[in-house]
Design a protein. Sequence first.
Length: 224
Amino acid sequence: MTLAWWEGLLIGLVQGLTEFLPISSSGHLVLAEHLLGIEAQGVFLEVTVHVATLVSVVIVYRAKIAELIRDMVTGGKEGWWYVGLLLLASIPAGAVGILFRDYFERTFHSLPALGWNFLITAGLLWSTRYAVRRPPPAVESRVSVLQAVTIGLAQALAILPGVSRSGATIAAGLWGRLAPARGVESLDLLRVALVDDAPLELQRRGQLVVRDRHFLRQQHESAH
């Protein structure tokens, strides 16, 4: 099935409008595909829309990224500490992607599973009403190892379509008494560290390669 230009435009709009809100961009992409009657086109479309948002993150945080690189090159400890925490936070998503690969493949486009996962996101967001009632830390300190691991576990949970990556991370940060600005910054820099869903894409590579070849063959045949 060849993707029409307007279908690609709608999918791109869904991705752009939902990526930076705590409502799960991947879940809404799956929902949009079902509503539009679009069959899975392989990894090309999914990677393209995610790379587009990744580029926007790099542009917005270019000063912070440059600061981290400069600090690492000059031997500064703060830069290495921060990058180390980002790598630590990316481990749970990679591990979960490997261990539960078959489950993710079976349920990725399941509407019933999507509905339950949307409810998980709703529950996480609702819980923050109670997290923000606790007194904030007296001094805004740097991200701790425990906070990084907690954020990493939230990222792992968000591999499920319908579980918002930003929503889960914000909830984890608030419950871990991380300042909101720090939490959002950590989330966005994790997008770069994870290359936006790289663990899931890598673990689904066998299925996606076959799907991509079929998609490319269809495109070639339709062109002739």
